[in-house]
Structures are given as C-alpha cells and as structure tokens.
Design a protein around this ligand. Structure first.
Ligand code: MG
Length: 216
C-alpha cells in the first residue's frame, strides 16, 4: 500500500496518497489484521500532522517575502499572488540552476505570478516525501524548456548549459553528451525524449530523487 505524504492535488491543503479501497477494506478484515489497521490509522495521523506543520511553515516563508502584501495569518479567500522575481530571490531557489523554469512550471496563472497554493505545490513536489513518479512528471516539465512536451536536443543543450555553465564545455562536447543521452533514452528512435522515455531513464538513475529536491 502506498502510504506517504504527497504534495498537493489542486485545491487541497493536505494530501495523503493512500489507496482508499484498501483503507475501506480494513473494516472488513479479520481481527488478526487489527495491527495493520492501527498502523495505517496511526501513520495517516502522523502524515497529516506533519503536513499541517509543513504548510504553516511554508506560509510563514511566503508571508516573509512580502509582509506588506501577504497577511500574517492564512486567509483562504485572499487572492494574493507574488511575482516570480521576488520568489526567485529565496536562497534555497537562487542556487538552483533551473529555478526560473521551476517557478514558471508551478505558476498557475502563467503570468509570472505565484499564489500560496502554487508555492506550496512547488515545495511539496521538491520535498523528500514525494514519490519518484510524481517528481519525474514535474522534472520533465522543467527540463522541457521549449514546452513542446518532449525533451529534444535543444532542451538538452539548455540543460547542460545550466548545469555546467555556458562556457564550460565546447560545442562539440555538448553535442557529444546530448547525443549520448539521446542514444540511451530515446527508445522509439524519434530523436526526442517523450515522458515515457524520460521516466524510463529516471528508473535507471537512482540518485535522481536527490537531485530534484530542495529543502526549505
Ligand atoms: Mg521540448
């Protein structure tokens, strides 16, 4: 059973990825399964408490970015958004070479603004509690720099430039690295990486989880 804190579905302030069918089935289990039932309920409560405290902590950080705009205490009806430039100044983001695209991916209004919900979603996905398949989904969006739903040669070149610094590798070296990545990941041979190609590559890169992670 999947039991983990999962960042957020839209519109939810807390999300726990539990197979609901299995939870419902607990009540039909024989007595010797009571231990399992206790484990699930206890862990759900722990996850719920942890996520509530994380949400409060993140709201405090969001408020601190613009105390004159963001109320001190969370108000669900408030339609408040902060510009991405302001959020990109956070030390945790500033050091990340992909922070600009990361912010754009999570900006719901696509007008370079971020609501608290967007902010919460972003840091939830980047937390170490998020399952790999969900991280992979958002990582693909981040690395798809031209937003054509594929990671193509030009996306890989941008990615390498950000990772190594624009002048670190020669043009030939960049081409060689991109070619090797494409050769390894492009399973259907169409010259670009689909999400399926990308996800398959991720499963063979055990350190991926740590790279798509920001602790705030
Ligand atoms: Mg692309």
């Amino acid at each position: 059973m999947a039991l983990c804190a999962l960042p957020m579905y839209r519109g939810c302030n807390m999300m726990v990825d539990v197979n609901i069918h299995e939870v419902e089935c607990i009540w039909l289990m024989p007595v010797d399964c009571a231990l399992r039932c206790c484990w699930v309920v206890t862990n759900m409560e722990v996850v719920h408490r942890k996520w509530r405290s994380e949400s409060a902590r993140l709201y405090h950080r969001y408020h601190a970015l613009a105390p004159e705009i963001v109320p001190r205490y969370f108000n669900d009806s408030a339609d408040i958004k902060l510009p991405l430039e302001l959020i990109s100044e956070m030390p945790e983001l500033k050091e990340n070479p992909f922070h600009q695209k990361l912010l754009q991916v999570f900006s719901e209004d696509k007008q370079d603004n971020m609501s608290f919900n967007d902010f919460l979603n972003m840091f939830s996905i980047l937390s170490d509690l998020t399952p790999q398949h969900l991280k992979a989904y958002y990582a693909f969006k981040v690395y798809d720099f031209n937003s054509d739903n594929f990671i193509c040669q030009s996306d890989l070149e941008v990615m390498l430039g950000k990772l190594t610094g624009d002048d670190e590798l020669s043009h030939e070296e960049v081409q060689l690295v991109c070619h090797k990545i494409m050769e390894e990941g492009d399973l259907d041979g169409d010259g670009k990486l689909s999400f399926a190609d990308f996800e398959y590559m991720i499963t063979r890169a055990p350190d991926f989880m740590s790279t798509f992670h920001i602790r705030i």
